[in-house]
Design a protein around this ligand. Structure first.
Ligand SMILES: Nc1ncnc2c1ncn2[C@@H]1O[C@H](COP(=O)(O)OP(=O)(O)OP(=O)(O)O)[C@@H](O)[C@H]1O
Length: 268
């Protein structure tokens, strides 16, 4: 089967600083890959490469067998969270609808089918109660649920989610993770899901891509999320603790020039 996403010998650099290199990754349709790593490891940049917004320094990247290009309608994207302007002149449901026909100019076309699709995802993220509210007045967590709804409403073949659980309470973090899982099961979408906390996606992640120190490990969570693997990756002691089925990563202070890398922790 043709991979939904294929990176081969991929390297990413800004100027003379290489974020990661030698990345070979094939994601099958329907596969769920969680992307983890310290601040600044290059997780968001990886998504930008797949979106065609950032060029590789070396190697190739293909989405469903074709070179990446900007504005690929087969890709759904949840950008890293930014608050929407309070005066944004859109209702929540119109904001979600942009995921279906936001690429077209002009007023939204009346369509019973589009309305039903929007209602279905609003319901799935628990946003029906505020479907007609102005989007800019909603809380960070409410807006975040709408971003997720917008990214999946068009049934993408590849879903890229950049910290979609940020601002969500435990209940909604679980619900959004389950929703993404349900979406990939129903539509066969492949998922690349950036998160700082692996726990909400542990039930669904087929593999983890862990980026640190310009290197990476990729494999099933039980292989990657171990003290031995992460200590080796970071080059310093990292302890992965297990408690009640949850993982807690302690340590991971990367010998990096970026002080915020030391804040890395998957505890929640
Ligand atoms: N366009 C750019 N030009 C130069 N440097 C950049 C650019 N975009 C990102 N960087 C730098 O590259 C590094 C990786 O950024 P990126 O946002 O991909 O990291 P991340 O792993 O997603 O981090 P976080 O967990 O903090 O969101 C950072 O140090 C960032 O400052």
């Amino acid at each position: 089967m043709r991979p939904a996403l294929r990176l081969a010998g991929a390297s990413l650099a800004y100027g003379n600083r290489t974020l990661w290199s030698g990345l070979d990754l094939e994601i099958a349709p329907g596969e769920f890959v969680a992307v983890l790593g310290a601040n600044g490891a290059g997780k968001s940049s990886l998504l930008k490469v797949v979106l065609g917004q950032q060029r590789l320094a070396a190697g190739t990247v293909e989405v469903a067998g074709r070179p990446v290009r900007r504005g690929d309608r087969r890709i759904g994207y949840v950008p890293q969270q930014k608050g929407l302007e309070p005066t944004t002149p859109l209702r929540a449901r119109d904001f979600v609808r942009l995921g279906l026909d936001g690429h077209r100019w002009g007023p939204l076309l009346p369509s019973r089918r589009a309305r039903a699709q929007v209602d279905r995802v609003l319901d799935a993220v628990g946003a029906l109660d505020y479907a007609d509210a102005p989007v800019g007045r909603l809380s960070g967590g409410e807006q975040q649920r709408l971003r997720v709804a917008q990214s999946i409403v068009g049934d993408p073949a590849l879903l890229l989610a950049d910290e979609p659980l940020l601002s969500l309470d435990l209940h909604h973090a679980s619900a959004v993770s389950a929703l993404v899982d349900e979406c990939r099961t129903r539509t066969g979408a492949a998922v690349l899901f950036v998160t700082h906390d692996v726990n909400p996606v542990l039930p669904y992640a087929d593999r983890v891509l862990y980026l640190a120190n310009g290197r990476f490990r990729v494999g099933p969570p039980e292989q990657v999320m171990t003290s031995a693997t992460l200590s080796d990756l970071y080059g310093s002691p990292v302890e992965v603790l297990r408690s009640n089925g949850r993982l807690l990563v302690a340590g991971g202070a990367a010998p990096s020039e970026h002080p915020h890398a030391h804040e890395h922790e998957e505890a929640s």
